[in-house]
Design a protein around this ligand. Structure first.
Ligand code: ATP
Ligand code: MG
Length: 251
């Protein structure tokens, strides 16, 4: 086999796909003198590294289990004037993540709580942080199942692998005391070490009703709110955006 074909095989073996795909173009440029060998090698390796970085980002985003992929540039802040854009953009810097702080998005249906949590999560995943999105209901049923099977500690450890855990839709239904305890366990383990984002439609004054345990609720809120940005969103539902005109015409 000639050196060219051996080189191609070596690039396959080394899994340098972008390098291999672009090699012919660069060999032509070297032959015609439009690129030096040094510049060609530099650019080919750079292409390979950029490709790998992209793949790693795609992997992090996939693992995060987002319900949809909407980035912050798609979010219409003008639709939700009560929302402090500066505050959201500050959260997008992910400073809170480095300080293991929490975020709670609280508001009525359709105001963008999940969307904002997802956008922040995508940004974190793109910067190669371990992120995981889960609904509160799924989280509780996973913890319950693990507890019944005597492997609660391992399951809590699993959720503590994520630097950012996004728990969506807390408070949509009441829960039993066991579930409340399981949730408290998880939050206590993450406290001051790892960031959690929670979306909820229930103001904190109603949490004792949801968890049905005032003492536990206090201890939970104490830990969650100690280092936390609370974003209250009061405004119209984006889901009803197109109907709003008709609703106001009816009045
Ligand atoms: N300001 C906005 N700009 C663009 N899209 C928005 C905006 N607010 C909400 N949306 C979109 O509207 C839909 C509902 O928003 P989202 O899921 O974030 O609501 P929510 O506040 O989590 O409501 P719920 O309490 O019912 O879960 C989503 O498709 C979301 O992307
Ligand atoms: Mg939601």
């Amino acid at each position: 086999m000639d050196n060219y074909n051996i080189l191609m095989n070596n690039l396959d073996e080394l899994n340098l796909k972008r390098f291999k795909d672009n090699l012919d173009t660069y060999l032509d440029m070297i032959a015609t003198g439009t690129k030096t060998a040094l510049d060609s090698l530099y650019e080919l390796t750079q292409m390979e590294m950029d490709f790998r970085k992209e793949q790693a980002i795609t992997g992090c985003v996939k693992v995060a289990n987002f319900p949809y992929l909407k980035e912050i540039n798609e979010f219409d802040f003008s639709f939700q004037p009560s929302l402090d854009k500066k505050l959201i953009m500050d959260l997008m810097t992910l400073r809170f993540l480095e300080k293991a702080e929490n975020i709670i998005f609280c508001g009525t249906p359709g105001v963008g709580k999940t969307n904002l949590a997802v956008s922040i999560g995508i940004e974190a995943a793109k910067r190669r942080h371990c992120v995981y999105f889960i609904s509160f209901q799924d989280l509780i049923s996973q913890l319950k199942k693990a507890s019944n099977e005597n492997r609660l500690e391992a399951r809590i450890k699993f959720f503590c692998r994520y630097k950012l855990l996004i728990i969506d839709e807390l408070g949509y239904q009441k829960m039993d005391v066991d579930s409340a305890n399981l949730f408290f366990n998880l939050i206590a383990k993450r406290y001051e070490k790892l960031s959690t984002i929670i979306t909820t439609n229930s103001p904190f004054s109603k949490w004792a009703d949801i968890f049905q345990e005032p003492v536990l609720t206090n201890a939970l809120l104490d830990r969650l709110l100690h280092h936390c940005t609370v974003v209250n969103i009061n405004g119209p539902s984006y889901r009803l955006k197109d109907q709003m005109q008709f609703l106001s015409e009816d009045n």
